[in-house]
Design a protein around this ligand. Structure first.
Ligand code: FUB
Length: 345
């Protein structure tokens, strides 16, 4: 939601109309990646804090330093905070900005995937391992080789293969990797290095993971999003093109790639026939929330599907102090998701 509209919001009225309430209120949380492990819901969110950094369009004010894991016995149950699961000072390669994480399980071990800026100011993605879904997680000494940008989302396919979807434009630096190498040229402007509005939009990336889940098994590929005429979505198509916050889930044998449109504040999705795509644009899942960012995950529990998302209602609109929430998703008979209005159920 554009920040200039926040000052006009009556938060008491809005919170009454909201379709769901914050899962925890003792800390600020965002970017919830939800998974069901051993019949229980685990949420891997960012842990928002105010580090006092200046606001800018590259997200410098999102200066998070650690992760907490939340768990719930059911989507309507109480969320429990399991405390600090990983701190940036424990990660040798990382300097700052622990942004949206995700997690996966394999053979009884749990893997936390997370982005951070390295000591050169470049976003990379790392892995940390635990014997428990709630951590503490022990980080690998180096980031994943050839990883870049932000917002890892790890998907396990039915054949046991794991894929990482990732990337984010502007502060997430994806636009600086268009040649395959980091383009350090100035200016720092968020709009530098982007394609023109009439060119194909920058794509999220996907790479299959190695069997130990610690590296990419291949060079990352583009997650191509197509419009209804099977042409690529264009950079100027700001209401539909990819910005950040990738997620993948499988519904009735189809692959649903969902993402945030960033500066237009929607969570949208596109459907494909395999984990690499291409994916055809299918609609909006979530209308704009309070706060600039929107970020989500989708998980099934007890035969129903749920959207985990965030807004800035708990901080009365402070865009980098967010709270995670959950609500039910409904599909129609053709497999399309009914758009959710977060403040008007
Ligand atoms: O939480 C920091 C960043 O804000 C995430 O990485 C983005 O997806 C957005 O939610």
């Amino acid at each position: 939601m554009p920040e200039d509209s926040i000052e006009h919001i009556n938060f008491d009225a809005l919170n009454q109309k909201a379709i769901s309430q914050p899962l925890v209120t003792h800390i600020y949380t965002a970017d919830p990646s939800a998974h069901v492990f051993n019949g229980k819901i685990y949420i891997y969110p960012s842990h928002d804090m105010d580090a006092g950094d200046a606001f800018d369009d590259l997200g410098s004010h999102f200066a998070m330093e650690d992760y907490h894991v939340l768990s719930m016995d059911s989507p309507t149950g109480k969320a429990r905070d399991h405390g600090v699961a990983l701190h940036v000072k424990e990660v040798p390669w990382a300097a700052k900005q622990l942004w949206a994480p995700d997690a996966g399980e394999k053979d009884g071990r749990y893997y936390l995937f997370f982005p951070a800026k390295d000591h050169e100011g470049i976003f990379r993605i790392g892995v940390a391992i635990s014997s428990s879904p709630t951590g503490p997680f022990l980080p690998q000494p180096q980031a994943i080789q050839k990883s870049f940008s932000i917002d890892p989302a790890v998907f396990k396919d039915d054949d046991g293969s794991y894929y990482m979807y990732f990337g984010g434009i502007w502060g997430g630096q994806l636009q600086r990797w268009r040649t395959g190498k980091f383009n350090a040229e100035q200016p720092e402007s968020p709009l530098a290095h982007l394609p023109e509005d009439n060119e194909p939009a920058l794509c999220a990336k996907v790479a299959r993971l190695t069997d130990d889940l610690l590296e990419f098994a291949e060079d990352a590929r583009d997650v191509v999003l197509l419009d209804e005429a099977a042409g690529p979505l264009l950079q100027g198509d700001k209401g539909r093109r990819f910005f950040e916050a990738s997620w993948m889930h499988k519904y009735n044998g189809k692959y649903y790639f969902s993402y945030s449109t960033g500066d237009t504040h929607f969570i949208c999705y596109a459907i494909g026939d395999n984990p690499y795509g291409p994916f055809t644009y299918a609609g909006q899942i979530l209308k704009p929330v309070v706060g600039w960012t929107s970020h989500h995950s989708i998980a099934a529990f007890g035969g129903e599907w749920y959207l985990f998302y965030h807004d800035s209602s708990l901080s009365k609109g402070v865009t980098h102090l967010r709270c995670v929430k959950v609500t039910k998703i409904r599909y129609d008979e053709r497999g399309y998701i009914k758009t959710i209005d977060p403040y008007n159920g």
